[in-house]
Design a protein around this ligand. Sequence first.
Ligand code: ADP
Length: 160
Amino acid sequence: MSKIVVVPGSFDPITNGHLDIIKRAAKVFGQVNVVIMHNSSKNYLFSVDERMDLIKQVTQSIPNVKIETSSGLMIDYAEKVGAVAVVRGLRAVTDFEYEMQITSMNRVLDENIETFFIMTNNQYSFLSSSIVKEVAQYGGDISELVPVQVEEALKKKFAK
Ligand code: ADP
């Protein structure tokens, strides 16, 4: 049976940085479940359905990727689908402390689920969904930062 890993995130919206992590995880592991975590107290630009639709479009050429959503604890989702590990991306030392906290907590919740980190591609080390939204809002060029479908979706959002 192929091993399942979870790549969790808000993906509001998915960027080339996320996509790079998903593609690299899909080369190493049998199945990659990208899970859109949503929290009712957070404000998102894109609805869960919109985020799901964008991720589907930009990952359709990767056969071992599945996209799901969850509003509970990520580790509960990972247990439910029988995942062996969680995969996260690391951009800079600033990510480290936060990721260390989450990883330690997840280990307390379920010590059998490992967390693996994939170091970002240098060209995406400054890239986040927030920065993309900020630049897109003011009409800046984001074509190098997100897939074309996401660029179009952001243009539509901010044209309203
Ligand atoms: P969260 O709200 O959990 O931080 P994000 O959607 O921002 O969710 O990120 C999901 C995952 O993708 C996290 O592991 C994050 O570190 C990683 N990630 C985000 N942007 C990049 C990037 N530019 N390069 C590598 N990993 C990234």
